[in-house]
Design a protein around this ligand. Sequence first.
Ligand code: PHE
Length: 342
Amino acid sequence: MEKVFQALEQEFQKVLETIQQIRDLDSVKTSFLGKKGKLTSMMKQLKDLSNEERAEVGKKINRLKTAFQEKLDSKRVTLKKSEFNKRMEKEWIDITIDPMAEETGSMHPISIMQQRLEDIFVAMGFEVLDGPHIETEFYNFEALNIPEHHPARDMHDTFYFEDGHLLRTQTSPIQIRGMEKLDPPFRIVGPGKVFRCERTDASHDSVFHQFEGMMVDKNISVANLIYFLKTMLGEVFESEVEVRLRPGYFPFVEPGFELDMRCLLCAGEGCKFCKQVGWIELLGCGMVHPNVLRAGNVDPEKYSGFAFGMGIDRLAMLKYDISDIRPLHGGNLNFARVFSIK
Ligand code: PHE
């Protein structure tokens, strides 16, 4: 009889060890302690024993019953713990990570500068126009007084398509599109990407951004041009600025100028920022050439105008003290984020 008990205990132990999940514990309980379980059927056999034996074996069975129940209970606790630990392992979250941090976007410094410029000019009565990146030779060159064999076309190393279209090399085609759309007097600005087949270095890239401006009215003069550009620069750099005009050649303006701004860092003394010159070269501008007005169906006898074009990238670099254009176009979000607070 003793052997039967030992075998049963061993069997119980083995079965219990194979159990991995709490829900399987019930079937173990049923098969050993249930109504038709192994211990219960042993109890039923007690009636065949003598009184003495019955008392002894009965006690033994009862002890086993308690022992099995205790083991089942403690196995339940162990399994509960390990299931909890497994869940913790699988489902943990790091509550030190700010859940919003990855969600929040920020503006790129070029976009910040472009919107700032748009706001400044809109406040001065200008309308913001757009133009296509893929242009015709007419809009990018001819209508801008740059005929086919004009040397100015060599100034732009242009990306041409096989069908004769091209990627615009400047935002100046927006001048022509503006004149086609609007009757004078008008004031327009046109921001956007431009493309030149250029080698990339710290200050050049094959894709960059320009901001075009044009004002056409009666009696527009260089004085108006200086006023608007100086006001714009004062707003961008948030300080009083001094500007100067140097002669500059662009076929679509006459006279044409390069506009410089007195270096804000050294006030003209000469420093690393302005390359010891005291002045910073900023943009091209001038009085709209009569041929250009004619190409836009504006009568040059009645109207005159000024136009300017500047690099948004360059302005952003000056404002935010960025010495290399490449990270501006590099798509590294960490770079852009630094400027979102400015
Ligand atoms: N389009 C010229 C450039 O790309 C800039 C410019 C615009 C100059 C308008 C004069 C007038 O360099």
